[in-house]
Design a protein around this ligand. Sequence first.
Ligand code: PHE
Length: 393
Amino acid sequence: MNQKFFSWTALLLSLSAVAIVSCTKKEAALEQPANTVVATDKIRIGHFASLTGEVAAFGNSTKKGVDLAQELFNAAGGFDGKPVEVITYDDQSKPEEALSTVTKLITQDQVLGLLGEVASGLSKVAADVAMRNKTPMLSPASTNPDVTKKGEYIFRICFIDPFQGEVMAKFATENLKAKTAVVIRDVKQDYSVGLADFFKKAFEAKGGKILTDTSYQSKDTDFRAQLTDAKAKKPDVIFVPGYYNDVALIVKQARQMGIKQPILGGDGWESEDLAKVAGKEALENTYYSNHYAPDTTDPTALTFIESFKKKYGGERPDAMAALGFDAFNVMINAMKRAKSLTREDIRVALAETKDFAGITGNISINEDRNAVKSAVVLKYVKGMPTYFATVNP
Ligand code: PHE
């Protein structure tokens, strides 16, 4: 290394915990070196989320959790006396916007790390950008296995869908004594396609039979054709691994058509909007796997719920809010352990995350950069998702 540059860098490092390196727009272009020290006296984390669009409930909840965590952290003194700034952009639930918001966070805002996305398809797009720019990305909630397979900068704090599929297959066969199932999947969502496959595999491995595996596309509104077919097959259970907005209509139409069987799903069901659209009667006899139970009795979670309610006018935090809260804190925890505040050292520290006590459980990052955590099964009771069981990995 050039001697002059070296001593200049050393001087800056000795002056401040955060080195200040001037960075022109040109230098900030896409292929930024991994060890770039962020050119700001602010410590910035980027957050990209669906604040509008198809799955707006996901992003808005996550943001509330992230914002609360940030507020508490800064109120307690921040990072060595400096506040942490979170820059959140709306990706509108669209892949092209996930791409551009993440690019902007990395190259213009010079964030040290990224939080996002919830929807796996959007996380996959963003992960390619994060990988190219050697910027650590931590997804709070994307469960599709391919997300972290993008490479060594991509992490998540949640379990993955092979496990989630197993959880619901186990629940169907053991708790509901199901021998047959119908699957209705959203072919537009990586998440749904993956979870449908993993459920199917696990259910068949337990001796179950899939009578029909049928599909729809996000934003469809009429599911009568698929449901007519499902009804005719007389399955013990129907598995619908979709997102809340479509699932709400599927469940509602199924009950209108006289389908009384249990309807099962995954974490994509998690939103108050589901009950608003489907109605509480239609949701009787439905179950889904999730990261957190809103009626938890865990003391740490209860403290979180209290402060969340205080900040947001009595609103109950859902799983995304809890995961957003945890994701921020796991990122901060890594930044504290990092040898220096560079993207590269934060990546190394994230990979070494062990036994972080989160609201959504104990978080350790494994060699595939995933968290191995237990899942809860929730049952809809009078329109409210209610704790039913815990399934350990
Ligand atoms: N796991 C979903 C996905 O990967 C996202 C999600 C997480 C939705 C948690 C709701 C709650 O797309």
